[in-house]
Design a protein around this ligand. Sequence first.
Ligand code: PBG
Length: 327
Amino acid sequence: MKGFPNIRMRRLRNNPLIRGMVSEYALSPSNFILPLFVKEGLEKRRPVSSMPGVYQHSMDSLIEECHLTAELGIPAVILFGIPKRKDALGSEAYNPKGVIPKAVKAIKRELGERLLVACDVCLCEYTDHGHCAPIKGNKILNDEGVKLYAKASLEYAKAGADIVAPSDMMDGRVGEIRKTLDEHSFEDTIILSYAVKYASNFYGPFRDAAETGFAAGPKDRKSHQMDPSNFSQAIREVELDIEEGADIIMVKPALPYLDVLHALSKRYNVPLAAYQVSGEYAMLKAAAQNGWLDEQKCMLEALLAIRRAGATMILTYFAKDAAEIVK
Ligand code: PBG
């Protein structure tokens, strides 16, 4: 255009040094949290077929994996348990001798202060019907669930968990968990709330890994997880969870919901986490295995996009691979 100086954006892109100088976002191992599955009674780790590179761990392989994770500079893992026995009330989720308390104690004994241990808090891996709370016919019982999440959180804190992460999406659970933890002098236990969790179809492969399905009651989680067509409810969910005492707020899934993540990061001064879920991982892996995408480059690009949208923490099955490259 006439009258304009010779503007060229390319001046700032012409070589690696200038690109580095103007780069605004970067990935570091300290951004990552690695999700790990541990199965009660397993002798040796077992691969999850829909998630290449992901395993159901035995106690021994879990400890080994935690050592590798800490050595890469990743600060935390989040544990999902698969019990031997499931029942209508998900009792193994809050059994003090259950798979998660056992795993937390073992990790803390071996790694102590070198790794933070977060525990996913939900009943869906522990109920025989596969729902996140007790059910009555087609109804999911919110208040009954909330009491049990508080009970489970307390057991995990007693075992030494640094963080509890309620992923159920029942109303009032953060407040009840905070109250229960405080009453038992676990004031320092962090609550990472799955505050904005959509009823997403991208959780498919997770259900293989965690051995959950719907054996009774509704065939989806739409009565408590968020409808993908909504944004404004995300605001309300976050406000409620902050009021109830959540320390960290999570958006899940990540890539299809970057708009939500970004809006929340502009609006609130709480640390934000995003969960790059099983389906996001599986899509990339499958395309890479077919030679259709470059796995490493696409992985880093996706993770960077999640950071740029506003997450300081990313729960990702790629944590170790990514940390290896960016450390
Ligand atoms: C348990 C839970 C789920 C995930 C994390 N915690 C499954 C679900 O809500 O159906 C999904 C994680 C993933 O897909 O990687 N409530």
